[in-house]
Design a protein around this ligand. Structure first.
Ligand code: SPV
Ligand code: MN
Length: 622
């Protein structure tokens, strides 16, 4: 029996017709195989119609995966108390022979497929399967990658409607030519709170050969929303093969003098200020998490892979995040996840207003002082609690850039980590190679609650992408270096650090990044000079003083500047040691340039130390 005939048997006519309208035998075969295997009790195929989207939204409520809140269009979703973040240990890349690749969690492909298939056999009995079509990147563009999602979670499907551009018509248009990604997800058996129950059998397996990802016994978005971090593993592989960049980066517009628009990407590990930078009030957001960057006629052009935000809610407060605050308090479609709810209103930790001391949260019924099984006090909302909302609802979105099929020209690329004592708040690389190696490939950050495991440990996280890396790191860095050679104009590269501390106290205010952005914008166009240091260019005091006044209406003191921009030679040298050691000992096949560029930086630091000592004031250099 051919796949279409099988589908005609498996599906009610109305659903079958929607599939039949797509002329793609490969898709038909995939669907027939998996519908038969998963054994759902019902199947719903989503087209791009408003009606089908509403159907999914309704089903999320009907099946109890979401509940309504008081504000129209707001819902809340809970993940299991122990399913609140990406599960790194159980996320594996399936590669033939199970070859070990440093920093990647690999597993033999055959074995992985057997295991995951077993876990998924008949897993949708009694449940409804949603078949959804989306695209990564703007539609009908050089960036577009079509994808099909199978899931028994209406919450996952609903999230995808908020976060991605619809793709059913695109599949129809592309027909047999579509090369598409596939995602198969099941939340597995649910408990009475409608959260995944069998967490010990939680698995996320990424088949790099078939460009298919399987996810089971989990609901947390980072483990389940196919087009987000699951697709990301596939696009990294694709980009390295094809010579472009698929990055864990926001995309934003920084507004320069006289209406000048300059676009920046930014890579920061989770919880290091990425979303709040992309959302900063003075500027305009294009995307907050994933960016594709393609070389077009020698220019690096970027596009947001998504059209919505799955953002961290903890700490969002009216003073520091006025725009997000405003959006979260307007009656637009929003899914709140793992927050505290009381009388139909959502609350979260550190929201800057008083919050109730009881209600419902990710632990079920909650009261202040409640402890979990491990004896830890449960906060009002989980640290990784999130909101899901479309970017179109943000007053500061740059819709033209978001929808532009040609993307936007990238003026600057920013790398930022959580670092208490080494990097200055902002600096510019000497050039592409220097930036890629000493900033991107050398990124370290203290671990956070975005993944399961211990927090606050300094961890190597090149390009903030390590959690998602799907190719050998050496290949990935080589591709970056090669990418620069394809350009006639490379974006400027910058590194930022919002987390400098002295005696446990922050050296910067949360909003200082607004000033760093304006400075970087000016640097992209050569409008201000800078001070050359051993580790790149840093701002001059006069320029920052002026910008602090203009942007924040603050008097920026020489003392603050000196403290923040001191070149900390011992820490910088230690960092080079650490990074070099990792690349020498742990990563195979590293481009030689990497060691050369690190060595040059070390030399510059040693020379500077010989002349000026361990801690070099920027006033000495400037
Ligand atoms: C991140 O942790 O980097 C996120 C959220 O953007 S997740 O979808 O979990 O990856
Ligand atoms: Mn992310």
């Amino acid at each position: 029996m051919d796949a279409l005939e099988m589908l005609a048997k498996l599906l009610p006519e109305e659903q079958f017709e929607k599939i039949k309208a797509i002329d793609n035998p490969e898709l038909h075969a995939f669907l027939a195989e998996w519908i038969e295997w998963l054994e759902p009790s019902r199947v719903f195929v989503c087209t791009d119609s408003e009606e089908d989207e509403l159907y999914v939204r309704w089903k999320a409520l009907y099946y109890g995966e979401e509940k309504v809140l008081e504000t129209p269009n707001h819902t809340v979703h809970y993940d299991n108390y122990y399913d609140q973040a990406r599960d790194k240990a159980n996320t594996k890349l399936l590669v033939s022979g199970g070859k070990e690749i440093p920093f990647l969690n690999t597993m033999d492909r055959g074995e992985g497929l057997r295991e995951i298939r077993e876990l998924m056999k008949g897993v949708m009995k009694g449940k409804e399967l949603f078949i959804c079509f989306f695209v990564l990147g703007p539609k009908n563009s050089i960036f577009t990658i079509p994808a099909v999602q199978l899931t028994d979670s209406a919450y996952v499907a609903h999230s995808e409607f908020i976060l991605y551009r619809k793709g059913y018509e695109e599949f129809k248009r592309l027909g047999r030519n579509a090369r598409f990604f596939r995602f198969v997800h099941s939340a597995g058996e649910l408990d009475e709170r409608k959260t995944s129950k069998n967490l010990e059998k939680r698995r996320i397996y990424i088949d790099l050969e078939d460009e298919t990802v399987y996810s089971v016994n989990t609901q947390y978005g980072g483990n389940t929303i196919g087009l987000k971090k699951l697709a990301f593993r596939l696009t990294i592989q694709k980009a390295v093969r094809e010579g472009w960049l698929s990055e864990h980066m926001f995309l934003m517009r920084v507004n320069g003098p006289n209406g000048r628009k300059t676009y920046f990407t930014g890579a920061y590990p989770s919880m290091c200020g990425k979303t709040s930078t992309a959302m900063i009030p003075w500027e305009n957001i294009v995307g907050d998490d994933l960016t594709f960057i393609l070389p077009v006629n020698g220019i690096a052009r970027g596009a947001n892979v998504e059209k919505g935000v799955f953002g961290i809610i903890q700490g969002v407060n009216p003073e520091d995040d006025p725009i997000i605050w405003q959006v979260l308090h307007s009656p637009v479609e929003i899914i709140f996840s793992n927050v505290l709810v009381k009388d139909g209103k959502p609350y979260w930790s550190d929201m800057g207003i008083e919050i109730p001391d009881e209600g419902e949260n990710h632990s079920g019924k909650w009261w202040k002082g409640k402890k979990d099984k491990e004896g830890n006090e449960i906060p009002p909302s989980h640290k990784n609690a999130r909101f899901t909302v479309s970017l179109e609802h943000f007053p500061n979105v740059d819709l033209e850039a978001l929808n532009n099929p040609c993307g936007v020209e990238i003026g600057g690329m920013i790398f930022g980590g959580r670092d208490a004592d080494t990097w200055p708040p902002v600096r510019e690389a000497f050039g592409w190679e220097h930036g890629v190696i000493t900033m991107g490939a050398s990124l370290e950050s203290e671990t956070t609650a975005a993944t399961l495991g211990k927090e606050g440990v300094r961890a190597f996280n090149p390009m903030a992408i390590l959690d998602f890396m799907s190719v050998p790191l050496g290949d990935y860095i080589r591709n970056y270096l090669e990418f620069g050679k394809k350009l006639r104009k490379t974006p400027k590269i910058f590194a930022v650090n919002y987390f400098l501390r002295e005696n446990g106290k922050w050296l910067n205010h949360k909003l200082d990044k607004a000033v760093w952005l304006k400075w970087m914008e000016l640097r992209v166009h050569g409008d201000v000079d800078a001070i050359e240091t051993p580790i790149g260019y840093i701002p001059r005091y006069e320029d920052l003083k002026r910008l602090f006044k203009e942007v924040l209406n603050k008097d920026y003191t020489r003392e603050d500047y000196e403290k923040q921009f001191t070149i900390r030679v011992p820490e910088l040298l230690e960092k080079i040691e650490r990074i070099e050691k990792i690349y020498r000992d742990k990563v195979k096949d590293v481009p030689e340039e990497l060691f050369r560029v690190l060595e040059e930086e070390r030399k510059r630091l040693l020379e500077a130390r010989a002349r000026h000592g361990d801690y070099i004031s920027p006033f000495v250099l400037g």
